[in-house]
Design a protein around this ligand. Structure first.
Ligand code: FAD
Length: 379
């Protein structure tokens, strides 16, 4: 193999994380190859569909706030580079009992990072956002900088910009194996061997299989998603008066949703799906009876939406770590291999910033963000 064919880095997996990383490395002038086992825009991983929430008052942990602020800037930068509209900021409501996890931790994030926010009673919520009819024992925290991203548009924009900057992105080319090759790596696909100085493993739900030797404690979880069509007071679900929301419907459990988009008014219950050891075994079919728990979770906040007809449904997969924080770290045995994955159902919004973090780690060895919660050897 000639030096001409050797890459600075190979990015394995071109979902949200891989496409952002390919883009950031290509923009820095690295010779990069992205490999994806499925076709462009496929729906078998975690990054397809019409919408992903982005929010700043982060109830999971305040440490994500600086990362999401940078992500915000980079999504806007990607819009400028690609000419595509990717992010809509129409506000977000974090709803729950005043002493619940979502409300108390949202307020903690806002206080720690001095983020704009408002605490709303049920009456004030309804006055501003008429579809939301909160039960008396609930409150809402309004995050004015929340909104949603177009995930397929974001991935395409990252790939397009990467290609313009000289990256090679190959779809329908699965990596059958990777191995260290001196100080670099060798990746084997049906077309042959590819050599590079560095490897980024961004395999989403396939990460545990790609790093079998590490026996990572990752769980693949099936998620059902529904697009509803409320026909009573239908205009109340338009984005001008209907922010994104997360509702803690029982302690620690969340349902969430979006305003009306062309496919309907999307809503889902988080982390109540069947779990699997391998993504290839995930049940991909879905029937309307699965919407029952979602309707129950919506009733105390969006009673109209809870009874609406189903227009469409779909399956997507989460890759969960035991603590629901990500993995962003070098392989413990091979410093030429960077692992980024297991976003535990809340990673998309960060992809633009994580692409930059990965590029920083590979080109300079460090990042300006605190990544200690994302270490690969924390279990
Ligand atoms: C229903 C649902 C709703 C969500 N909502 C939100 C939200 O509102 N906000 C938010 O921030 N996040 C949300 N998320 C989470 C977010 O979408 C994911 O964290 C993110 O998309 C994960 O991206 P990824 O690149 O790690 O994985 P993926 O997008 O799955 O990418 C991994 C890629 O690697 C490829 N691959 C694997 N093995 C190989 C191989 N051997 N060779 C070549 N290619 C390979 C796979 O085919 C895949 O394309 C949601 C997720 C789901 C499922």
């Amino acid at each position: 193999m000639t030096d001409q064919q050797r890459y600075n880095a190979i990015v394995l997996g071109l979902g949200a994380m891989g496409s952002a990383t390919l883009c950031q490395l290509a923009l820095r002038g690295w010779r990069v190859l992205g490999l994806e086992q499925f076709s462009e825009g496929h729906s078998l991983g975690s990054s397809h569909g019409d919408s992903r929430i982005i929010r700043e008052t982060y109830f999971e942990r305040p440490l994500y706030v600086p990362l999401v602020r940078r992500a915000h800037e980079l999504w806007r930068e990607l819009e400028e580079r690609s000419g595509a509209a990717l992010m809509t900021i129409n506000g977000g409501l974090m709803i729950g009992p005043p002493d619940g996890v979502v409300v108390t931790r949202t307020l903690r994030s806002a206080a720690e990072h001095h983020l704009p926010h408002e605490l709303l009673t049920p009456a004030a919520t309804r006055e501003r956002f008429p579809a939301f009819r909160l039960a008396d024992d609930l409150v809402a925290v309004l995050d004015p900088r929340a909104g949603y991203l177009d995930p397929e548009g974001c991935n395409k924009a990252h790939i397009d910009v990467a290609r313009e900057a000289g990256a090679e992105a190959r779809f329908d080319e699965p990596a059958h194996a990777w191995m260290p090759d001196g100080e670099g790596v060798r990746v084997t696909t049906p077309t042959g061997n590819h050599l590079a100085d560095r490897l980024v493993v961004a395999g989403g739900a396939w990460t545990a299989e790609l790093l079998r030797e590490l026996q990572l404690p990752l769980i693949v979880e099936r998620q059902s998603v529904f697009w509803l069509e409320p026909d009573v007071e239908a205009e109340q679900y338009n984005r001008a008066q209907f922010p994104i929301y997360a509702h803690e419907y029982k302690p620690g459990s969340i349902c969430y949703g979006f305003p009306r988009l062309p496919r309907g008014v999307k809503a889902s219950v988080m982390h109540d799906g069947e779990t699997y050891e391998h993504p290839d075994r995930v049940r991909r079919t879905i029937d309307e009876s699965e919407a029952g728990p979602l309707r129950d979770a919506l009733r105390p906040v969006l009673p109209g939406l809870a009874e609406a007809a189903i227009r469409e449904s779909g399956v997507c997969i989460f890759t969960n770590t035991p603590d629901r924080d990500f993995i962003v770290d070098f392989h413990p045995d091979y410093p030429q291999v960077l692992v980024s994955s297991a976003c535990s159902g809340h990673g998309f919004k960060f992809a633009s910033a994580l692409g930059e973090v990965h590029a920083d780690l590979l080109t300079t060895g460090s990042s300006r963000f605190d990544l200690s919660a994302f270490r690969i050897d924390r279990w």
